[in-house]
Design a protein around this ligand. Structure first.
Ligand code: SF4
Ligand code: SF4
Length: 150
């Protein structure tokens, strides 16, 4: 079986940067920019889905999203666990942290590497500022409490 060819980011860096810059969950668009199901996928179906880019409904992006973690009531809008559900529950309040991209099995590793290498420094400094906000949990305090537990 030939190796699955993933998306060459040099071909899409313009559109990818646009996707990463808008205030909306980016995972669905990154999935569509990816190369789709691998010939070596392990789904137990007879249909040929090689190259298809559908959301698997795995819910990874929903589970990792910090906006939904901070405000669980948003999840009550839908029981779906798809990228569309993420868009309807988070919308323009997206933190642009990129976490949903990194956990999606349908996004090419080449795109994930691009996000880590080109966006994470910016994201980390933004999150660092947020940690200093009074409304946000103090992660240092949380860690101190966690390690002091018997
Ligand atoms: S995980 Fe991050 S980038 Fe994705 S929708 Fe939530 S806040 Fe936005
Ligand atoms: S992480 Fe799962 S639910 Fe979210 S977009 Fe990817 S395949 Fe769909």
């Amino acid at each position: 079986m030939p190796l699955h060819i993933q998306r060459d980011v040099k071909e899409i860096d313009g559109i990818l940067n646009e996707v990463l810059s808008i205030h909306s969950p980016p995972v669905g668009r990154c999935r569509l920019l990816s190369s789709g199901f691998s010939p070596t996928h392990a789904l137990n179906i007879t249909e040929n889905i090689i190259g298809h880019k559908e959301c698997l409904g795995c819910g990874n992006c929903v589970d990792i999203c910090p906006v939904l973690a901070r405000e669980p009531s948003r999840r009550e809008k839908t029981e779906q666990r798809t990228s569309m559900a993420l868009e309807s529950t988070v919308g323009a309040d997206c933190d642009q942290c990129g976490a949903c991209i990194l956990v999606c099995p349908q996004v090419d590793t080449t795109i994930k590497n691009y996000v880590v290498n080109h966006r994470m420094v910016e994201v980390m400094s933004r999150l660092q500022q947020r940690i200093g906000d009074e409304d946000e949990p103090d992660l240092d305090l949380f860690l101190e409490e966690a390690v002091s537990q018997p």
